[in-house]
Design a binder for this molecule. Structure first.
Ligand code: MLT
Length: 394
């Protein structure tokens, strides 16, 4: 037996596991200190009342033979697929069919699993810095021909088209970790490139709920995307489902590469390896689209936005150069001169008991930056800003 040796090519530990371990070790040494966690983009507000109500009702249905449900349908229950289709695509005038939507347990799993349907020898283009799942999942599958697309302040953190041909291109907007959103014109360049070169775009739209300025929420807003793009969506950041687990992936039937239709093979892959999302969870996700659900989840998003804005304003006042926050729950800030991202991470933990995520953990172009999240509690976020200001204000 030979194990998958590609795993040896990965960093020893996943970024957020390393961050969590460092926090744990600090807390063990200093049990009296209150550590404020603004690191992983994990939500803190409870689920919307409309969602809780739908879950309770679904639990009760599972208690009776007449309303009990077993395995869910492969694409997801019709009630959820219909709601997604109507609210996220049809109402926005986007041409996506119901059988192009695949309900899943979240965007992270789908972003990793999608690699199953790609052949060997593809060249992969990935932004730098980037959500680590894209890179790690390709390395695990032995795809090591990677083009890094630097996203730097000088180019507005927007990737430029690669010189060498890329077969598969990962894009995430609003972007994680930097927090910048993309316009239709900016994405059109990528859609045209992909269509001209027979490439595929994997578009992660997990943060679309945070768009405030008319930037793109769905890649299908861009003309031509149906023939070159898969889109990943999540209820995690939109509706606080990080622990509940539900998302969906859109694979248009127009995605034909040689003899292979990606919609058909992704359906085949899911039917074999995935048994769907629980009825209770799908009813919860459906409730996000109800009138009450929409109003309540929007209130929570506004709460997180206010946190991100407070971090942005507070730290800008303290002399940090900050990015993000406008269309994103994340603030991306430059670390003090002479420090690396990890050094600042340690310093911040030591002196302020605040945990961030070091920019270099997202890629080499993230060196010199730190990411803070707006997903925390508002009062604690203000406390963290105060502590940082006291120590680092210029
Ligand atoms: C992040 O902090 O980047 C995200 O929460 C990670 C994730 O969504 O898996």
């Amino acid at each position: 037996m030979r194990a998958n040796e590609n795993f040896l090519k990965l960093e020893g530990s996943y970024l957020f596991s390393t961050v969590a371990r460092k926090q744990r070790e600090y807390q063990e040494k200093h049990p009296d200190k209150e550590v404020i966690r603004l690191s992983i983009g994990d939500v803190t507000k409870p689920l919307a009342p409309a969602v809780i109500e739908a879950m309770h009702k679904a639990v009760d249905e599972m208690a009776h033979e007449e309303s009990f449900r077993g395995y869910p349908p492969e694409h997801g229950f019709d009630f959820l697929v219909d709601a997604i289709h109507r609210h996220d695509y049809e109402e926005r005038g986007l041409d996506i069919a119901k059988d192009e939507i695949f309900v899943s347990d979240g965007a992270k799993s789908d972003c990793g699993n999608i690699g199953d349907i790609f052949g060997e020898g593809n060249t992969i283009a990935i932004c730098d810095p980037v959500y680590p799942v894209y890179l790690d999942s390709n390395i695990m599958s032995g795809r090591t021909d990677i083009i890094y697309l630097p996203c730097r302040a000088e180019n507005g953190f927007m990737p430029q088209l690669p010189e060498k041909k890329a077969d598969i291109i990962y894009l995430c907007f609003p972007n994680n970790p930097i927090g910048v959103a993309a316009s239709r014109e900016q994405l059109k360049v990528w859609v045209d490139y992909a269509n001209e070169n027979g490439s595929l775009i994997l578009y992660d739209s997990a943060y679309e709920a945070f768009v405030t300025d008319g930037s793109v929420k769905s890649i299908y807003e861009v003309e031509g995307a149906r023939t070159c793009a898969i889109e990943f969506r999540s209820f995690s950041k939109t509706a606080g489902f990080t622990g509940v687990r539900c998302g969906y992936t859109v694979v248009p039937k127009a995605l034909q590469f040689g003899d292979v239709n990606l919609n058909a093979v992704w359906g085949r892959r899911q039917a074999t390896k995935f048994n769907g999302v629980s009825y209770i969870t799908q009813r919860a996700a459906e409730a996000v689209y109800s009138e009450e659900g929409r109003r309540q989840t929007e209130e929570t998003i506004a709460y997180y936005r206010r946190n991100a804005r407070a971090i942005f304003d507070g730290l800008t006042e303290a002399g940090f150069k900050c990015y993000g926050a406008v269309n994103s729950p994340y603030v991306w800030l430059t670390v003090p001169d002479g420090m690396t991202s990890w050094e600042f991470f340690d310093d911040l933990l030591e002196k302020c008991q605040v945990v961030g995520t070091p920019g270099s953990g997202f890629g080499s172009c993230g060196e010199g930056y730190l990411r803070l999240t707006g997903f925390g509690n508002y009062e604690k976020t203000l406390e963290a800003i105060d502590r940082i200001k006291r120590v680092y204000s210029k």
